[in-house]
Design a protein around this ligand. Structure first.
Ligand SMILES: *[C@@H]1O[C@H](CO)[C@@H](O)[C@H](O)[C@H]1NC(C)=O
Ligand SMILES: *[C@@H]1O[C@H](CO)[C@@H](O)[C@H](O)[C@H]1NC(C)=O
Ligand SMILES: *[C@@H]1O[C@H](CO)[C@@H](O)[C@H](O)[C@H]1NC(C)=O
Ligand SMILES: *[C@@H]1O[C@H](CO)[C@@H](O)[C@H](O)[C@H]1NC(C)=O
Ligand SMILES: *[C@@H]1O[C@H](CO)[C@@H](O)[C@H](O)[C@H]1NC(C)=O
Length: 449
């Protein structure tokens, strides 16, 4: 469905320019034409670059986008995407500063011929009512998939208009039927992806999801949804590897950052979070799945008024592991459950039955984590009876009550060690084989990925 010749117009113009320049240069150097041949080629090549023949620029306004936030621009964005994606030269789609493009669900599919950049300087906005979705797929709103070398940037805004979706959620009103709300922006199988300088507001459910991607760099992203909005994870990383999220702010109703499924080599740097549910690994192992999460490093985070701080949550009955996770340089302000590993996670109305399988959680460290706590239990390690947590490590942890209470630690089948000041004091098991594990597993296992 792509228009293969869509970029030929600009290529012709560029070629014409190059031919004219070539003629001028040829005339001016007629005598020593041969000896000057090499430098001539270089000049032409340089000029063609200056004239920009190497990139196709597509301003949505030029292709019929109304951009008034009222009339539907879905078709225009689809068409422009198809032109960009099939372009033989690198392309840039521009939503200019004055354009406010109302669009329904869109699939931005690859593979694309060349690198594509989507520059959102204006806004992309969703229909305000779920009724306007006309029964179309409600799992995803903006869906980028199978694209290599995509950049999304532009200092503009993506507005999911989530309020009506939240009002109809069964989590907000139990009388409502439970049904899916869409993820605002999904990147699936996108490799070498860059997302930067963007504002995402009021996504209907998850705000930005990265699934099965290899090579993702997110920076200067702001994600804002109300603290009471249901299931609105800010940055969701699933089955992805080589992911770096830095210099970003998330205020939302669910996890600020969630890392799930088989994800690895995830680096999080300088993140502000709150309100929200903190930085979470999991939930993992639901319905007996095998999940393997490893090499996760969070360095530099400010969490304020969040419902959890640094959390690992697994369901009973799953298999796989979480290993080599390091949280460091984290400042907390009035956070509930600042440090928590919960292997009895159960997000259902019925009590979950105890199972004999569990995800193996080991080599997890918390270094230089300080601040104030809203709950009494500042450190909770509720680990599996079947496979205890091993290699837990606390160093320079100081969590004091925000309300003059005494902060405490809770340990269940948790093996580990600590150094430096640790308050509330660590409560690791020190009996039998547990001591062995404690000594063997220490910080040297955990490298900065
Ligand atoms: C839904 O259908 C109405 C009427 O057919 C149309 O005007 C509107 O653009 C559609 N909305 C979406 C998001 O497709
Ligand atoms: C994770 O990887 C393991 C091992 O490759 C595989 O068995 C499992 O199915 C994967 N899990 C998911 C949820 O994809
Ligand atoms: C601290 O957090 C608790 C629990 O979320 C909340 O009730 C309280 O208002 C917060 N205090 C401040 C000073 O924000
Ligand atoms: C499951 O195990 C935990 C810890 O051993 C115990 O406290 C809890 O009562 C058990 N739950 C059920 C439903 O058996
Ligand atoms: C404890 O350590 C000793 C010596 O390192 C080793 O021989 C023994 O097998 C360990 N025991 C357990 C239960 O791991």
């Amino acid at each position: 469905m792509r228009k293969a010749s869509s970029d030929s117009g600009s290529e012709y113009i560029a070629t014409g320019v190059v031919i004219i320049i070539y003629s001028v240069l040829l005339l001016s150097s007629s005598v020593n034409a041969v000896s000057n041949y090499n430098s001539l080629v270089q000049k032409i090549w340089g000029l063609s670059k200056i004239f920009g023949s190497r990139a196709l620029v597509l301003n949505v306004k030029d292709y019929g986008a109304v951009g008034d936030g009222v009339q539907d621009d879905t078709q225009v964005l689809e068409d422009v995407w198809n032109m960009a994606c099939s372009s033989k030269v690198e392309s840039r789609i521009i939503i200019p500063v004055t354009s406010y493009c109302l669009v329904g669900p869109i699939s931005f599919g690859g593979p694309c011929h060349s690198k594509v950049t989507l520059t959102i300087s204006g806004a992309i906005v969703a229909p305000s009512s779920p009724d306007d979705w006309n029964g179309s797929n409600t799992q995803k709103w903006l869906y980028f998939h199978n694209v290599d070398r995509l950049t999304v940037e532009g200092r503009g805004m993506i507005d999911g208009m989530g309020h009506e979706w939240w009002a109809r959620s069964c989590k907000i009103n139990p009388e409502n039927p439970c049904r899916h709300a869409p993820t605002a922006i999904t990147f699936h199988r996108c490799n070498n992806l860059v997302v930067k300088n963007l504002l995402i507001v009021n996504g209907q459910k998850m705000q930005a999801a990265f699934t099965t991607c290899d090579g993702v760099k997110v920076s200067h992203l702001s994600v804002f949804a109300p603290g009471g909005s249901p299931n609105t994870d800010g940055i969701h990383i699933s089955a992805s590897t080589n992911v770096r999220v830095e210099d970003s702010t998330v205020r939302t109703g669910d996890d600020c950052i969630s890392i799930v499924s088989n994800s690895s080599k995830v680096q999080v740097r300088r993140i502000a979070c709150g309100p929200g549910h903190g930085i979470s690994i999991g939930s993992l192992g639901k319905s007996g799945t095998c999940d393997q999460v490893y090499d996760v490093s969070v360095r530099g985070a400010f969490l304020s008024n969040t419902e959890n701080g640094l959390r690992i949550k697994t369901w009973q009955g799953g298999s796989g592991f979480v290993r080599n996770v390091k949280f460091e340089d984290v400042w907390m302000e009035n956070v509930s459950n600042p440090i928590i590993i919960d292997q009895y996670y159960c997000d259902s109305k019925k009590q979950c039955p105890n199972k004999t399988e569990a995800i193996n959680v080991h080599d997890i460290s918390f270094v230089n984590v300080k601040g104030t706590v809203a709950t009494k239990e500042a450190i909770i390690f509720a680990c599996s009876d079947v496979i205890p947590c091993e290699g837990l490590y606390l160093e320079d942890v100081e969590l004091v009550s925000a309300s003059d209470d005494i902060a405490t630690s809770f340990c269940w089948d948790a093996l580990g060690s600590s150094s430096g000041t640790v308050y509330p004091p660590a409560c690791f098991s020190t009996s039998g084989s547990l001591i062995n594990e404690t000594i063997l597993s220490n910080i040297s296992h955990i490298q900065d990925v």
